[in-house]
Design a protein around this ligand. Structure first.
Ligand SMILES: Nc1ncnc2c1ncn2[C@@H]1O[C@H](COP(=O)(O)OP(=O)(O)OP(=O)(O)O)[C@@H](O)[C@H]1O
Ligand SMILES: [Mg+2]
Length: 270
């Protein structure tokens, strides 16, 4: 299982300036790559390009090559790509089917569309609900949940499809720390199963806990790209508009204030 971009550039329709430029990216089986960057740096655009929605649905022009498991996807229609790459959006309402009247149906919708056998659909649905600890919502109307609950339901729907490749655009934007931790666990579980996962986040604490590698975007290009620990400790992070993870921020502030960082250890690890 692998997903690779080589020399990829992308322009939105009617826009002269490329929103992505010279992107080289490789995600191996079980690998989690975190993407961060300031607002408008290109995180969502990268998700659209990797999932194939840009240009197929969004329009615009793409260059470079994208390969899935070694095969170029240039000529693949959207439905073929969608069967291989799952995508989760920042706004969960855009993700909901709008036809399911219960959360259970909503989560079952994806595997049902994939033609999964009935017993397996039921099993996968309960498992996905359990992973995100939302079994209690099974009979609720997905359209009448809070934004955070909808985000967990959307995530459960993706889990139930057991995608080989998954693209998540700020999947915890509306979640509290407990919900964010559940998503992190779900991502780790999927990766353990061999999925390759691209996840964008402004929450670098989350990336610190789940990502093997982190990329920082600036104006549609990779400004930093490397192992998570190195990238998230890079002093250029702040000027790239990215907040460092909380433990690092505390240590830096302590150093600036002349406080012994050892004194902060319990708080930093809490
Ligand atoms: N549909 C569109 N048409 C034209 N330009 C767009 C479109 N969507 C985004 N852009 C532009 O592409 C660039 C990258 O935007 P993108 O939404 O990918 O950034 P982002 O990092 O996801 O930002 P945010 O943190 O706000 O979600 C920006 O300059 C943006 O204005
Ligand atoms: Mg975005």
């Amino acid at each position: 299982m692998s997903l690779a971009l080589r020399g990829v550039g992308y322009r939105y329709p009617g826009v002269a300036v490329p929103a992505l430029l010279d992107v080289d990216l490789h995600l191996g089986s079980g690998e989690v790559v975190g993407v961060t960057g300031a607002s408008e740096s290109g995180k969502t655009t990268l998700c659209l390009v990797v999932s194939g929605l840009a240009p197929r649905v969004v329009g615009g022009r793409i260059r470079g090559t994208i390969t899935l498991d070694g095969e170029s996807v240039d000529d693949w229609p959207m439905h073929r790509l969608a069967g291989r790459v799952g995508i989760g959006f920042q706004d969960p309402t855009s993700q909901l089917s709008q036809v399911a009247v219960t959360v259970f149906e909503e989560v079952a919708f994806g595997p049902m569309n994939l033609g999964v056998a009935r017993d397996a659909i039921v099993e996968r649905t309960w498992e996905a609900l359990g992973t995100l600890r939302i079994e209690g919502l099974a009979e609720r109307d997905p359209r009448r949940l809070s934004g955070g609950q909808q985000q967990l339901v959307a995530m459960a729907g993706l889990l139930a499809m057991r995608p080989a490749h998954l693209v998540l655009d700020e999947p915890t934007a509306q979640l509290d720390p407990a919900g964010t931790r559940l998503v992190a666990e779900a991502v780790e579980r999927l990766a353990e199963g061999g999925a390759s996962i691209l996840i964008t986040e402004q929450k670098t604490d989350l990336l610190a806990s789940v990502a093997d590698r982190v990329v920082v975007l600036r104006d549609g290009r990779f400004a930093l790209d490397g192992p998570t620990d190195e990238v998230l400790a890079d002093p250029r992070l702040i000027e790239l508009g990215v907040r460092e993870p909380a433990p690092l921020r505390l240590r830096r502030l302590a150093a600036t204030a002349g406080v012994d960082p050892a004194l902060l250890q319990p708080a930093a690890d809490a």
